[in-house]
Design a protein around this ligand. Sequence first.
Ligand SMILES: NC(=O)c1ccc[n+]([C@@H]2O[C@H](COP(=O)([O-])OP(=O)(O)OC[C@H]3O[C@@H](n4cnc5c(N)ncnc54)[C@H](O)[C@@H]3O)[C@@H](O)[C@H]2O)c1
Length: 398
Amino acid sequence: MKALLLENIHPEAVRLLENAGVEVTERASAFGETDLKAALPGVDLLGIRSKTRVTAAVLDAAPDLVAVGAFCIGTDQIDLAAASALGIAVFNAPYSNTRSVVELTLAEIIALTRRLTEKDRAMHAGGWDKSAHGAHEVRGRTLGIVGYGNIGAQLSVVSEALGLRVVFYDTADKLLLGNARRCVSLDELLETADIVSLHVDGRPSNSSLFGEKEFTRMRPGALFLNLSRGFVVDHEALRRHLLSGHLAGAAVDVFPDEPRSAGEEFVSVLRDLPNVILTPHIGGSTEEAQSDIGAFVGSKLADFITEGSTSLSVNLPQVTLPAATGTHRLAHLHRNVPGVMAEINSVLAAHSVNVEAQLLGTRGELGYALTDIGIDYPDDVVARLREMDPTVRLRVLS
Ligand SMILES: NC(=O)c1ccc[n+]([C@@H]2O[C@H](COP(=O)([O-])OP(=O)(O)OC[C@H]3O[C@@H](n4cnc5c(N)ncnc54)[C@H](O)[C@@H]3O)[C@@H](O)[C@H]2O)c1
């Protein structure tokens, strides 16, 4: 099997895949659609981070691809519906860099509250300003977290240890951690919080979630942070509210248009504003997180090709069967319609093939069955299973 890993994926993933017998090719940069289409024939596994877009057209041009590993948190750079329809498994690392994002958020909350970057810039220019004007403690201030998921909830817990009061707003029902208080609306949070930090996911409806109306509702002198998704915030509106002095500062880690490589210029209306910390999408970029992501997604891909396990797959039914010896495993992905298991088992029975173990999982329109059979069986069995009308993809793992 061959894997193509783009965007500087951690060596731990390479090690795990090579241990599983995969030949790995690595590239440092993201690939555009044309290059990706040209590179994918003959590739079984594709590893990407957030910059490479895996569209339906790319997947159509990848006849050998069985799985995509997103070595990051989000998967909206991948056309998941198209991947599912073609029976291509997608894996990501939903929790590996949660703590890294939380720590950067906290560092920025303190840095903005103390106007640290302004003091730092002045010092490098030879200045010496000891004034306490505009510098505050975070203790006793109210942090408003929008999106109380993995990151938002952990930020809530760690922030309280610093003496911040935490309020949050989430569209879904969430368990309140520590002393955090839930706001019934985004408006309530905006009117309450001294610091607003966005940690929502990348669903399309979150596009321009934060614009003129939301910034206007924020308290005068409040701070704003976005370490979630670039398209969630109207940066022109943010710039206006920073320049007018309505907001005292902002930290932004994610942008609607991010350079694709280190050589490309970063263009943003937020450049050169006072008390604004800009970081190049590094919320989750720590060596600890990268190594954890490499190990997590690398092991998911390795388990998928060796055992057919789809545990924590983003798009396929999740099925894991203990590894067995002296058997072959049929990994059968099919349309979730009545009678598929009966048909699989009647093909096996008609060829006198004994089933050693079998497990089925379904998810929406797809079903996925792992069946262990003895290694002596007629070739015709596999051909007959592939010919079944509901079959999307059949792999034989030995
Ligand atoms: N800056 C980085 O490097 C970096 C690193 C990791 C994650 N992220 C991003 O951080 C965000 C949060 O990650 P996570 O793992 O906590 O995700 P998550 O899915 O666990 O949590 C997202 C939460 O936001 C809530 N939500 C969605 N839309 C909302 C809305 N309009 N209003 C209120 N709540 C809403 C959801 O219900 C959910 O609880 C994601 O967008 C992720 O891509 C960025």
